[in-house]
Design a binder for this molecule. Structure first.
Ligand code: SF4
Length: 63
């Protein structure tokens, strides 16, 4: 699994961080997403898929 994010459209809601904290973090200054692990293991797949669905700006993609 490989993750791509369009950071320009991230609104900093933080939903992804709550769902998959080993994969996503937030910038301390503006709250925008930081991708900690662009190629997480299969054990993260369910959490990442949930983040894809719940991201309010739909900027997370699984390739
Ligand atoms: S859930 Fe989406 S909008 Fe919110 S911080 Fe994560 S990538 Fe950005």
């Amino acid at each position: 699994m490989r993750i791509e994010i369009d950071k320009d459209l991230c609104c900093g809601a933080g939903t992804c961080v709550l769902l998959a904290p080993d994969v996503f973090d937030q910038n301390d200054e503006d709250g925008t997403v930081i991708l900690l692990d662009a190629t997480p293991g299969a054990e993260q797949r369910a959490a990442v898929e949930e983040a894809v669905v719940r991201c309010p700006t739909a900027v997370i993609s699984i390739m």
